[in-house]
Ligand binder design. Structure first.
Ligand code: CAA
Ligand code: FAD
Length: 388
């Protein structure tokens, strides 16, 4: 697990945290990654180990059991964890960006107090249900229905691609009470798998991140108490968009982790393997690939840290988060592709982790908004700055 980046730009607190997390990942998380991938089983014990180190409290105020060190530390954690296991990284972003953050940002004090401890401790894992079969990118076209009846909301419809939908935990579900209002009809609800009736579909079979269970969740007259609306009625799309702004910094960190793991693996192999009597890393054709990988990774890391630091300063980071996610995810697919190329035939075999990095990297260009959607977000926010 030899890995390296220059962390001199980071505050001391962040460097110390990164180093202890790196030790945990190298010793306990990375060794389970291939098994989770092969068996398609989520290593739930990783959640508790990460919780013990304070990972789920990084963006949680002290009054709720967190350390509130901030988004930069979270981005660094996402990279370290995903370098060892992108499945675990996906669970951490689902937990932190997509459940803990919207709960803290939009929940009432009662709602926060009811749920937060389970998530900071890592004994439940949250889900975020935005996508539907007819609308993934066009998230404002949600048609899962929410009807208020006496003191309950009734949910009807199916959410697709629900990450961690089979694991113990609660879900934030976006549903519309008036489709004619388009995105303004959407509200967000906290739905508990433990208490509310919902039909959990079969596990999707996937190219990568195979340890993360992905399912459809169907609501058939699912009754949830009126006070489980998150934020105001009609505010659900804004909640989803604001949540995804922060989430995209997490995915950028995740993608960076896969990219860095690909580079580490390529460097190790290329310094040991000989072709034509020469160590691969002494061949210029290989050095050029390694240099491109390193350059893209460093650029992506700075973009990710930039978005995270601006976020911590309270700035609007819609554009910066989209740039970081787009660049880091394309870096991950590039680096994992090059890693297989540098390894040659063995890179294609499961004997080496490069093929898993290649499969895992692909999702980073799709979830939490595809690369095309990131470009749309960047363009829209860029133009609006010029237009004011
Ligand atoms: N922050 C706050 N508000 C925002 C916003 C943001 N980043 N982006 C848009 N809005 C607001 C707008 O201000 C506008 O508000 P008003 O109606 O008050 O004016 C409203 O939302 C509608 O804006 P748009 O017209 O720009 O919205 P749109 O319908 O054209 O969609 C989009 C914009 C960027 C394409 C959006 O639909 C999008 O992000 N799609 C991708 C969906 C996505 O990322 N899904 C991820 C699912 S979760 C997941 O994948 C998790 C996982 O894997 C673990
Ligand atoms: P579509 O929207 O149908 O897009 C198809 C293609 O068209 C893409 O290339 C897209 O970029 C392009 N496209 C669409 N619109 C435009 C446009 N206007 N301009 C240019 N190109 C465009 N969702 C959740 O809500 N919660 C989850 O937990 C979750 N987990 C996921 C886990 C996995 C493993 C996967 C695969 C997906 C997950 N998703 C989740 C769903 C994910 O966010 C969507 O798949 C993604 O947003 C794209 O939506 P779509 O699949 O409907 O593609």
């Amino acid at each position: 697990h030899r890995t390296f980046y220059n962390d001199a730009l980071l505050p001391e607190t962040h460097r110390i945290f990164k180093n202890s997390l790196r030790e945990l990942v190298n010793e306990e998380i990375a060794p389970l990654a291939a098994k989770a991938d092969e068996e398609g089983k989520f290593p739930m014990e990783n959640m508790r180990k990460l919780a013990d180190l304070g990972v789920f409290g990084l963006v949680v105020p002290e009054e709720y059991g967190g350390s509130n060190i901030g988004t930069l530390a979270y981005a660094i954690a996402m990279e370290e964890i995903s370098r060892g296991c992108a499945t675990t990284g996906t669970a951490v972003t689902g937990q932190t960006s997509l459940f803990i953050k919207p709960l803290l940002n939009f929940g009432t004090r009662e709602q926060i107090e009811e749920y937060i401890t389970h998530y900071v401790k890592g004994d439940r894992i949250g889900s975020f249900c935005l996508s539907e079969s007819d609308n993934g990118s066009d998230a404002g076209a949600a048609k899962t229905k929410a009807t208020l009846k006496d003191d309950h909301w009734i949910l009807e419809g199916t959410k697709t691609f629900v990450s961690h939908g089979t694991l113990p935990g609660d879900m934030i579900v976006m549903a519309t009470s008036d489709k004619k209002l388009k995105h303004k009809g959407i509200s967000a609800f906290i739905v508990s798998k433990q208490h509310e009736s919902c039909i959990i579909g079969k596990l999707e079979k996937k190219l990568g991140i195979r340890g993360n269970p992905t399912v459809q969740i169907k609501f058939e007259e699912t009754k949830i108490p009126k006070d489980r609306i998150l934020g105001r009625q009609g505010y659900g799309f804004k909640i989803a968009m604001t949540t995804l702004d922060g989430g995209r910094i997490g995915v950028a960190g995740l993608a960076l982790g896969i990219a860095q793991a690909s580079l580490d693996c390529a460097i190790k192999y290329s310094t040991e393997r000989k072709a034509f009597g020469i160590v691969l890393s002494n061949l210029q054709a290989i050095q050029l690939k390694l240099a491109d990988m390193q350059s893209k990774i460093e650029a992506s890391r700075l973009l990710t840290w930039n978005a995270a630091m601006l976020f911590d300063k309270g700035e609007n980071i819609t554009k910066e988060a989209a740039i970081a996610k787009l660049t880091a995810s394309e870096t991950a697919t590039f680096c994992s592709h090059q890693a297989i190329q540098i390894l040659g035939g063995i890179g294609y075999l499961q004997d080496m982790p490069a093929e898993r990095y290649y499969r895992d990297s692909r999702i980073t260009e799709i979830y939490e908004g595809t690369s095309e959607i990131q470009r749309l977000v960047i363009a829209a926010n860029m133009m609006s700055t010029y237009n004011v």
